[in-house]
Design a binder for this molecule. Sequence first.
Ligand code: GBH
Length: 467
Amino acid sequence: APSYLTEGRVDFPGGFVWGAATASYQIEGAVKEDGRGLSIWDTFSGTPGKVVGGDTGEVACDHYHRYAEDVELMRELGLHAYRFSVAWPRIQAEGAGPVNPAGLDFYDRLVDTLLAGGIAPYVTLYHWDLPQALEDRGGWTARETAYRFAEYAAAVHARLGDRVRSWTTLNEPWVSAFLGYGNGVHAPGRTDPGEAMRAAHHLLLAHGLGAQALRAAGAEEIMLVINSSPVVTPAQVTDPYAAASEADAAAVERIHALLTRQFLDPALRGAYPEEVLAVAERHAGLGHIHDGDLALINQRIDLVGINYYNPCVVEAGPGRPADAAWPGSEDVRFCPTDVPATAMGWPIVPTGLSRLLLRLSADYPEVGLFVTENGAAFDDVVTDGRVHDAERVAYYDGHLRAVHAAIEAGADVRGYLAWSLLDNFEWAEGYRRRFGLVYVDYATQARILKDSALWYADAIRRNGLAD
Ligand code: GBH
């Protein structure tokens, strides 16, 4: 067995929340139904050369029509919670103005079906499908988009707030800003470091204004979800306690500031890290940061959601930024590692999740943590109607042990959501990358519970891991 598998039985604290997550554009399909408008991902995936195989979300898992069957699978697995996102263009086709009741009806039905099955809905308001009409007016580089987001958030809460207690404003604003406007790997596919820095600020503003609107409407639990990674030197990938040179330690802290503190310091403390302000000033000036913005961004929230897949491995290394997604990373080299990796090429390092949770709980003790995504793509094959995904079982086992270790060491981690419930549209990678607990045969839309799903159901039932 790989060395990252620790042994022995572990029990999670009582009340620990177990679940799974998805996102609207990745699973729903039905992109033209019931008055849905276009999103930037319809445009982007419809542009040749942007997504592997020319795949789009037009049909995806057809969840829009099959949601009841999918909730039934969640019940079989015993999920406590299901995190899904609302497609903004279903609610406001053009991202502004009167709401589309038919779009809200879908989420209304979904929420009722979940509650009838004893599953708590965790609603994410923005998981990357910006209405194209807003992108045409500047998208996240435009300040106005933040105000439109707050109106949209209030509209969704007005319909679902009587039954949904947990609300997430944004999923992974770093990805929206730096892959969407920095290296152009995601929609809208723009490539300008100044635009990326502006987008990051307007996303934070949208979070603050949205959280304020949700709180005013009586939302019980408000969360910001970030993609985060522990930033480590190559030696620390396998030896978490390896010492780092002063230069390497500086590279580590710079990348940690760009990836994680850029979002959590404003949201939780009302201030940008100095080095992030310097990068913004260099690429965008500071005119987009208005007086009072940081106070608006710094709303009281209940939880920070952490999406973790792999550590970020760096060392000091003068040069130009290796990737346009990382303005401010001059003098940092991103390093390859030789530990086993998933089909995405992402190194498998469960101890990275303990390291990350412990650092965040030390740095931001005022807020609770929740693992809102963790999971892996492997090349699944169906044999006799089964999927024997032992590597994914090992991945989940290792990472859940890492979460448990962090809790034992004092981190306040309230729950864990597997990414993903279903195989789905993996953004720029299309359908070839499968992250699901449930296999989707796209030709027939048949669902097959993978071995990892059965294993996960067992972990949920015992609130822990067996020997
Ligand atoms: C999540 O994004 C998404 O929320 C989800 O929709 C998606 O399906 C899932 O993960 C799996 O991809 O070091 O510059 O190369 C994960 C986003 C992917 C962000 C890897 C950082 C590497 C950045 N992360 N990525 S870089």
